[in-house]
Ligand binder design. Sequence first.
Ligand code: PMV
Length: 354
Amino acid sequence: MALHQATASAPVNIACIKYWGKRDTKLILPTNSSLSVTLDQDHLRSTTTSRADPSFERDRLWLNGVEEEIKDGGRTATCIAELKRLRREEVEDKQPNEPKLSTYAVHIASYNNFPTAAGLASSASGFAALVSSLAQLYSLPVSPSTLSLIARQGSGSACRSLYGGFVAWDQGSNPTGIDSLAREVAPQSHWPDIHALICVVSDDKKGTSSTSGMQRTVETSELLQHRINHVVPQRLKAIEEAILKKDFDSFAQITMADSNQFHAVALDTEPPIFYLNDVSRAIIALIVEYNRVSVAAGRGRRAAYTYDAGPNAVIYTLKENVKEIVELVVKYFPQREGSFKDVFELFAGVDVAA
Ligand code: PMV
């Protein structure tokens, strides 16, 4: 009998314009659009294998070898149900000779090649890989944008990992979520010189999850309303332009401003949320000084820090500066217990392998 199995990988993405806040918590519809860079496939990625078999009694999931419960009506269950529905509608109803895989239970095993919950967006690569592997298993004739609609319901930021390179997530306005999907702004090949340095300040599990943090921010922060209505729309336009023009100075200025505002919005939440620690702040100071010297020399900004819901820094820079910045970081943040842990260089971009 045929073996119905498929494996797919998806990389992590790191946002330059942050998604923070849901207007619909079930469908995961955001309160603002966002934009990210998808990192290199080889370094930080999730790889997921899915198998469908008539002998399986129920859907099951293993993360890094440990079984996780698939809760009824939860995010994983929603993604699996959506992909089974597409299999039925797009394949089985149209081609009656195809096996009825949508009626079989699936077993899914996913591995990350980096520590989970290190503030490195493992949920983004995880759900993108899960959706890609099931789409492949079911031979779905759909675009990455359509798959992004499903990955979004697993973890919002996951929708952006369906594309490589520079990716926007348009918030959309339809209450069904049909227009809240990922869009490629530019492929990685457009600007291959952009590199990302990941500075692992701490690999502890983060304090406040993005889900509960966002909910509290939406309920209590006035600054979030200002951000959504008066800041993000202009910033998105400007950063897309900077990417298309390969204008690193503007890209860096906007990326750092948006990271700062995201963390300001977290602080404006009641009770306040602190994701950065002293080492994170010291890395910000180092990059600010690096850029000050660079601007004074007429070379513009040459590095951009950004932080997600955790203390780890991602520094975007052009290839020619990587060595210098790594040397600076290592000089000022020698590895010691409780402080800076590791720095590894990644090439941003590269398309998701099917
Ligand atoms: O998709 P989530 O629930 O993991 O939220 C991600 C939130 C940030 O990483 C802070 C910002 C972003 O756009 O990725």
